[in-house]
Design a protein around this ligand. Structure first.
Ligand code: TRP
Ligand code: ZN
Length: 879
């Protein structure tokens, strides 16, 4: 537990380590009442440091120290100091071996950092600073060592013993125990260390690399999950091939292992040669996982695999550089997903998430640059800004350089920095050096927080046939940053003629055969572009494919939006025009609830539903109304109940007026044959389930019987869940209750499905009242020690069931504060993540805001607050 006020760590204080570790020899003795860890470190003074440091300082957290030896000599208590979170050994020589024995209690580790137990197995999570909960070590990513790890445990309870690299020795010991020794030939930072011990089944496969090496692929899961591995294994092989083809990167060890564990703070972890996954992000079968889960698993497996190069071979110098590996790796996994499925749909999903959640983060009290300048607790900085905005920043470099130069840049980066711990600046420099482009202004994307706002004005000069576009940029203040400089923004545009055709973008009078899409590069606070040779005023298509993570302000008319919805050559902007039109209609109902829903919107949706020549994957996305969360994000003073009612009213109107089209859509999109996760089939199931949900929303009796039949007859979880979700969103209370009960009966033995069952209820305003949420938390399947259960009930309530969370009386806020306080002692990382919905208190109307603030104060006043929660709560209340 924390004893003093948390300290702030600054990037500007970075110093190279005084000592480096060349080799680590670990021996784990695993028992039921704890584990003894023997570590032998080969330590050497860092030639790059100034050499003045007399003492060796190692990090340690929650460790019981048993003994310390230096070059074989037992040290007495006067030779070292292990008070606080350090082991300081005084007056050490320039080179020596340090041997340390510690005792830890994995069975009592509820923080899920370091070595802990999950459903009877031992496993680790060391990123970012978990290794120090295992043994004393310079636990920072710029200390890279070779690891040799011997694991000893009871053979019958823990037949499988895993660590990084290759297994080099194994054998039996006394008392029914056995051991396996692993050796990882690649030097790595401690955060990539992993260990697993358990009674697991092994699923094997293999992969031949482009240079002809054969790699053993192994998945380890609990026996009950042995039929849920195929999809992850196939995804892994596709990722390995893709990284060879697109980046020229080949796997480097002889074995690649994936382990699934039920209790895990995040999605997955890229430990060298031994990736550990949250079960919900790796296990799938058609009966238990939805299409969305299949796609998420494919992208997370790819993400962790891609880290082998972008993260492991080339790692981060310090945690301020986190986006170096995360932003780049998210970019790589989204390119991969785009290549495996529908690029337009992938772009829509990424942009929607960014605009909803990252924009919110970027305008709140936790806003920080892609490369932060300070932090208290690094776990709080695994954020949407580091991951998703970081990905966008890499994506903009890709756009500015083009495919070929970007590849040259990434080749140079990997070649130059293989085996090193580097900075985001090193990444940008490699891109510059390979391409010859100057990215000095572009670097501001890493330094300045906040979402740039572009305001666009246009005029048409009829006499000269010139269309003039003026674009101004500004970046709002964020905590600790004001008066920002303009950034380098790639702004993709097109212009459409009255017939819907793409017009050539002639930037001067003499230009001919100009392209119909251009990337305008914005570098100043204002630019004017002229497009020549136009007969009529064109309709602009702005920020195509969401070419930069910015907000665009332009006075769209509903006519323009409707036009773009059906004519824009850029699929992303077609979708976006539809969203904008729906938002405009919803907003007008918020202002005036008496208003009728604009018939133009209904007709536009009718067009989408009836035109089978359209890309059905795009149509499936276009039919989704903007979420409440996004509508809230867009509003300066959000009135949550009014937003909810207005959106429901639009949904109701669409469903009533388009009933025939929806029924036709439902029948037309029945998928026959084998279950496949292709863009076409995913789109069909999505369309069908959307149609069903809309019709149940208006209480349609015919649709109700379809839902019940679909629910019981479904051969896959997408359709079963689609029917359940539609019933949960309806007023057919009896069907809703009986179907929920049946669903639980069917799947109660499967934690991943029970999590879906929890979240479908917690996220809905019909089944997720506060009283119902408290009941779910009393349910036998709910488990305070399991982060997935917390997320699927408490997280879904606060993040998706917005009318209930924002109840006028503040009960939702106090409820959340209560749960945060309870979790703070057992799992501070998860507790701190749950604070996020409350951090936005300033955005909400005065009444709401005060109640949110007082919930934050409840948390602030808890005794012995963790550093994780302390940082988020104090930053939210500051200023
Ligand atoms: N590096 C991991 C990833 O991006 C993130 C991660 C997994 C993590 N587990 C964590 C970060 C625990 C902090 C704490 O895939
Ligand atoms: Zn990652």
């Amino acid at each position: 537990m924390r004893t003093s006020q948390p300290q702030t760590i600054y990037l500007k204080d970075y110093k190279v380590p005084a000592f480096v570790v060349d080799h680590v020899d670990l021996r784990f003795e695993l028992f039921e009442d704890g584990a003894r860890v023997h570590s032998l470190l080969s330590v050497r003074r860092n030639p790059e440091s100034d050499g003045t440091e007399q003492n060796l300082e190692l990090d340690g957290d929650s460790l019981t120290l048993e003994s310390v030896q230096l070059d074989g000599r037992v040290l007495s208590e006067g030779d070292y100091d292990n008070r606080g979170e350090k082991l300081v050994v005084s007056s050490v020589p320039d080179q020596f071996e340090l041997s340390v024995v510690t005792w830890i209690e994995p069975q009592n580790n509820t923080r899920l950092e370091g070595l802990y137990k999950s459903s009877g197995m031992f496993c680790t999570q060391c990123e970012a600073e978990g290794f120090r909960c295992i043994t004393y070590f310079p636990d920072r990513p710029d200390v890279m060592a070779r690891f040799r790890t011997r694991i000893e445990a009871d053979k019958s309870s823990y037949p499988i013993l895993l660590s990084n690299g290759n297994d080099v020795e194994k054998g039996d010991l006394d008392n029914g125990r056995h051991y396996v020794t692993w050796e990882d030939p690649f030097p790595k930072p401690s955060y990539l260390f992993a260990l697993v011990a358990g009674d697991l089944v092994e699923k094997t496969d293999n992969f031949r690399t482009m240079s002809g090496r054969d790699i053993d692929l192994r998945m380890y899961v609990e026996p009950r999950n042995s039929e849920k591995c195929d999809h992850a294994m196939d995804s892994l092989k596709r990722s390995m091939r893709w990284d060879e083809e697109v980046y020229g990167r080949e796997y480097d060890l002889d074995i690649f292992m994936i382990v699934a564990v039920d209790d895990f703070n995040m999605g997955a972890m890229e430990n060298k040669g031994l990736n550990i996954f949250n079960s919900s992000c790796v296990l799938a079968s058609q009966e238990t996982a939805t299409d969305v889960a299949f796609q998420r698993i494919e992208s997370i497996v790819a993400h962790e695999y891609f880290h082998n190069w972008s993260g492991n071979r080339v790692t981060c110098r310090d945690w301020f550089q986190l986006s170096l590996k995360e932003g780049f790796t998210v970019f790589r996994d989204s390119q991969f997903s785009s290549d495996m499925g529908s690029p337009t749909v992938k772009r829509i999903e990424d942009a929607a998430m960014l605009r909803t959640a990252q924009f919110a983060e970027d305008s709140g009290p936790m806003a920080h640059p892609v490369r932060p300048q300070s932090y208290m607790e690094i776990s709080n900085f695994y954020t949407l800004t580091i991951y998703e905005k970081g990905c966008e920043v890499v994506g903009m470099i890709h756009t500015l350089l083009g495919e070929e130069m970007f590849r040259k840049g990434s080749d140079l980066y990997f070649e130059r920095h293989d085996g090193q711990a580097v900075t985001t600046d090193d990444f940008v420099r490699a891109m510059e050096d390979a391409s010859g482009r100057d990215l000095s202004q572009f670097r501001l994307w890493y330094e300045q927080a906040g979402t740039p706002e572009l305001s666009v004005q246009d005029e048409f000069d009829e006499n000269n046939g010139v269309y003039r576009l003026t674009i101004e940029q500004s970046i709002p203040d964020t905590p600790g940053q004001t008066d920002k400089k303009p950034q380098h923004i790639p702004f993709a545009i097109g212009l459409l003629g009255a017939d819907g055709k793409a017009l050539p973008l002639n930037l001067s009078r003499d230009e001919q055969n100009a392209p119909t899409e251009r990337i305008l590069e914005l570098t100043d606070s204002a630019h004017t572009f002229e497009f020549h040779g136009l007969e009529h005023r064109p309709v602009p298509s702005l920020l195509r494919h969401f070419s930069a993570p910015v907000r665009v302000q332009y006075d769209w008319t509903r006519e323009q939006l409707t036009f773009l919805m059906s004519h824009d050559g850029d699929g992303f902007n077609r979708w976006d025009a539809g969203q904008k039109l729906a938002i405009d209609v919803i907003n007008s109902l918020i202002e005036n609830p008496e208003l009728a829903v604009d018939g133009g919107l209904v007709e536009a949706y009718r067009g989408l539903l009836s035109d089978e020549s359209l890309d059905q994957a795009l149509v499936a996305k276009m039919l989704q109304l903007p979420t409440e969360a996004y509508l809230i994000e867009l509003s300066a003073q959000p009135a949550v109940q009014a937003i909810h009612s207005a959106r429901e009213k639009v949904l109701g109107k669409l469903a009533v007026d388009l009933r025939d089209e929806l029924l036709a859509c439902y029948h037309r999109n029945t998928v026959s044959g084998e279950y496949r996760v292709t863009p076409e089939d995913v789109a069909r199931r999505s369309l069908r389930n959307t149609a069903l949900a809309w019709l149940l929303h208006i209480g349609d009796e015919e649709a109700r019987s379809f839902a019940l039949t679909q629910y019981s007859g479904a051969d896959n979880m997408t359709d079963r869940m689609g029917a359940l979700r539609a019933l949960v969103g309806s007023d057919f209370e009896n069907d809703r209750e009986s179907t929920l009960a049946d669903f639980y009966q069917r799947f109660q033995k499967d934690p991943q499905v029970v999590e879906q069952w929890f979240s479908v209820q917690a996220a809905s305003s019909r089944t997720g009242s506060l009283a119902q949420i408290r009941q779910l938390m009393e349910h036998p399947a709910f488990d305070w020690k399991n982060p997935n259960k917390i997320r699927s009930v408490i997280g879904a309530f606060a993040g998706q069931n917005l009318p209930a969370f924002h109840a006028e009386d503040g009960s939702g806020y106090q409820f959340l504060a209560e749960q945060i306080c309870r979790l703070d002692d057992s799992n501070p990382q998860i507790a701190a993540r749950l604070v996020s919905p409350l951090t936005r208190w300033r955005k909400f109307a005065t009444v709401h805001g005060q109640k949110m603030k007082s919930a934050l104060e409840t948390v602030r006043d808890k005794q012995g607050l963790s550093r994780d929660v302390y940082e988020v709560v104090h930053k939210s209340l500051a200023g």
